[in-house]
Write a protein that binds this ligand. Structure first.
Ligand code: SF4
Ligand code: SF4
Length: 316
């Protein structure tokens, strides 16, 4: 049975990162737009967080979110506005700073995901020891997970690391590799089989699935805000995608589930948050209305502000 949608948003507070992973979705863009979210965008986001109805799960992403100079202020404001936090980090900063996060957020930090980037981490045993220590000091209700993009040539090494982490009481999950916004099919059948059990939850439901026309709550109960305040529906570009800009006041959420108009879905977070209504296909009228609304929103957004670069699927 599908889980009830859990209102969630992702906020890219910076595009800066202290790592330079080859497979980084943001790499090209970061070279030209490498910056932190501005004070103006932060003020607009604080207002939005105050106005959102009920409790939302706010995921802070980057780049590396912990290097934003106002990171702890953003954490505190999110909590004060009544929301919970999910944070994805490359786990490169000293344990002291990550522990400070656990102490500031307490049980409001629902999930901390540490992404292990083998090409950047010099001492894997040190990473494992730090993960074990964070697991010990975090709030008991905070879910702590180490993930790593499954590169075919690194599969054996990652399997060994996963075993060590699990022996230290730390959960591990693979992130399926995406190239040009598509999930990669691994050439080695043993790897395909071996990683499926350890995929980030619900990846199997969307990997290779055709969800075009399926009703989805993204845009209503889930959205992504980029470093400039531009908001998009999910991770996959489609006619009904751009929701306006928080910073210039043009952002508008949907009021109901709408059809997916994307050629493919790689949205693991919306899948995990119960946004996709897998068994509910839109009827032809809903499809036509969605296409029309996409067109109108596109024109309105263009008129209201010169269109800025859309949010890429970027995470630490
Ligand atoms: S791509 Fe996935 S998350 Fe986005 S609208 Fe389609 S089904 Fe929903
Ligand atoms: S993948 Fe993550 S850690 Fe690596 S360069 Fe990109 S943002 Fe930084």
């Amino acid at each position: 049975m599908s889980k009830a949608p859990e209102p969630s948003l992702e906020w890219e507070i910076t595009t800066q990162c202290n790592y330079h992973c080859d497979y980084c979705c943001a790499k090209t863009r970061m070279i030209v737009t490498n910056r932190h979210g501005s004070d103006e965008t932060i003020a607009a986001m604080f207002k939005l967080l105050n106005e959102l109805p009920g409790q939302w799960s706010v995921k802070l992403i980057g780049g590396e979110p912990l290097i934003h100079p106002r990171f702890f202020e953003i954490v505190q404001h999110t909590i004060d506005a009544g929301h919970t936090l999910v944070i994805t980090t490359n786990f490169s900063l000293p344990l002291k700073r990550i522990r400070q996060l656990a102490e500031t957020a307490g049980d409001k930090l629902t999930v901390l995901t540490a992404s292990l980037h083998l090409t950047e981490v010099k001492d894997v045993d040190e990473f494992i020891a730090k993960a074990a220590e964070f697991n010990r000091v975090k709030h008991p209700s905070t879910v702590f997970l180490v993930t790593s993009v499954c590169l075919e040539e690194k599969f054996g090494e990652l399997k060994g690391i996963a075993e060590k982490l699990e022996a230290a009481g730390v959960r591990f999950a693979f992130q399926a590799l995406k190239v040009d916004g598509k999930f990669v099919k691994y050439s080695n059948a043993e790897i395909e089989q071996g990683i499926v059990d350890k995929f980030v939850e619900n990846t199997d439901k969307i990997r290779g699935a055709d969800l075009y026309g399926t009703l989805c709550h993204t845009g209503e109960l889930f959205f992504r805000v980029n470093v400039d305040g531009q908001v998009v529906r999910c991770y996959n570009s489609q006619p009904l995608y751009n929701l306006g800009n928080v910073t210039d006041g043009t952002f508008r959420r949907f009021t109901e589930a709408k059809p997916c108009l994307a050629a493919r879905c790689t949205c693991t977070v919306p899948a995990n948050r119960g946004m996709i209504l897998y068994t509910q296909k839109a009827n032809p009228v809903q499809m036509a209305l969605a296409q029309g609304e996409g067109l109108v929103r596109r024109v309105q957004n263009k008129l209201a502000s010169s269109e800025k670069q859309p949010l890429d699927p970027v995470e630490s």
